[in-house]
Write a protein that binds this ligand. Structure first.
Ligand SMILES: NC(=O)c1ccc[n+]([C@@H]2O[C@H](COP(=O)([O-])OP(=O)(O)OC[C@H]3O[C@@H](n4cnc5c(N)ncnc54)[C@H](OP(=O)(O)O)[C@@H]3O)[C@@H](O)[C@H]2O)c1
Length: 290
């Protein structure tokens, strides 16, 4: 098969390229020369494309069977809005997929996405999912929670928290259900190779636990016993608002704190079975990424 991958330079994109290239021809699209350089060692054809330009995307997608759409953000800034990162690329991809005659689109999204959500990111994701789903090319949206992979930001920050004597976190009782990055890549490959009827699938790791338990579990693995102190989410949102007022690229925003507060607790095994993949246990996942 020939597969178009958007957002190919991202954390998941690079992992996916490595896997897809074993069995398929891959056309990897990015939006900057810097991103193109990151892909220089990968076995794929790589191109710079404006993700808002449906015609340019259609040219990139020529002769492809399927597109995997990985473009997305969890923190909006003045220079990179949700609309630029979600709605516009999805509208362009829907158009490009039709023009290029793709048979399928697989798009990654986030658990909790809903066009009616009060959270700006989840609402924008929901609208973008609808844009793809209303197009003529069959789409499977794969919604996932926090992804943990080797050397990624989420795993490093979890380790840093667990190393501290006192680990501060917003609402330590919030429920996490991390999925191993390699499992997610397997799920995407399974969907590409064996399309399913489902328009939306929700997948996560095999275990849900509170953020406090997760930090303590990592602490145990590295021989630490962090005291996890829970901060009110309202304080985090206030802090985010202040950052947004004084900085053009804030480290956190009100919306991001709210997004991270989402409780993730789904039946992941049924979807994993349907895709024919095995989910890595939390214990093994943490051993590999921490
Ligand atoms: N990693 C996770 O924990 C997680 C969890 C749930 C869902 N997801 C979703 O899965 C997808 C892939 O995740 P990832 O971890 O690989 O993300 P990532 O490393 O942040 O990569 C995101 C990609 O989106 C591109 N992008 C950002 N803003 C854009 C814009 N305005 N226009 C066009 N492209 C833009 C980035 O390009 P540049 O590099 O040029 O900015 C990059 O190629 C994303 O949609 C993400 O939200 C990830």
């Amino acid at each position: 098969m020939r597969i178009l991958v958007t957002g190919a330079n991202g954390h998941l994109g690079r992992r996916l390229l490595g896997r897809l290239a074993d069995d398929h021809e891959v056309v990897a699209v990015v939006r900057s020369p810097k991103a193109l350089k990151i892909l220089s060692g990968f076995r794929c054809q790589s191109l710079i494309v404006d993700y808002a330009d449906g015609d340019a995307l259609a040219v990139a997608a020529r002769d492809c069977d399927c597109a995997v759409h990985l473009v997305g953000i969890i923190k909006e800034t003045d220079k990179n809005t949700y609309k630029q990162a979600h709605e516009l690329p999805c509208a362009a991809l829907a158009l490009a997929a039709e023009k290029a005659g793709l048979k399928q689109i697989v798009a990654l999204s986030i658990l909790g996405s809903n066009a009616e959500s009060a959270n700006g990111c989840l609402a924008s994701r929901g609208v973008s999912e609808n844009i793809l789903l209303q197009g003529p090319v069959p789409v499977t949206i794969l919604r996932v929670p926090m992804v943990l992979g080797e050397n990624d930001f989420a795993s490093r920050s979890l380790r840093e928290k667990a190393k501290s004597r006192i680990a501060f976190t917003f609402r330590a009782a919030s429920i996490e259900q991390p999925i191993y990055a390699a499992d997610l890549v397997s799920a995407i490959c399974a969907l590409v190779e064996n399309p399913v009827e489902d328009k939306v699938l929700e997948l996560a790791g095999p275990e849900s636990l509170s953020r406090r338990q997760l930090i303590k579990r990592v602490g145990q693995m590295i021989g630490r016993q962090p005291l996890v102190l829970s901060l009110p989410v309202a304080f985090g949102k206030w802090l985010g608002r202040v950052f947004e007022i004084v900085m053009s690229s804030p480290p956190v925003t009100e919306d991001l704190i709210d997004l991270l507060d989402h409780d993730d607790d789904i039946d992941a095994l049924a979807v994993a079975d349907k895709l024919g993949i095995e989910l890595t246990s939390l214990e093994v996942m943490l051993t590999r990424v921490i």
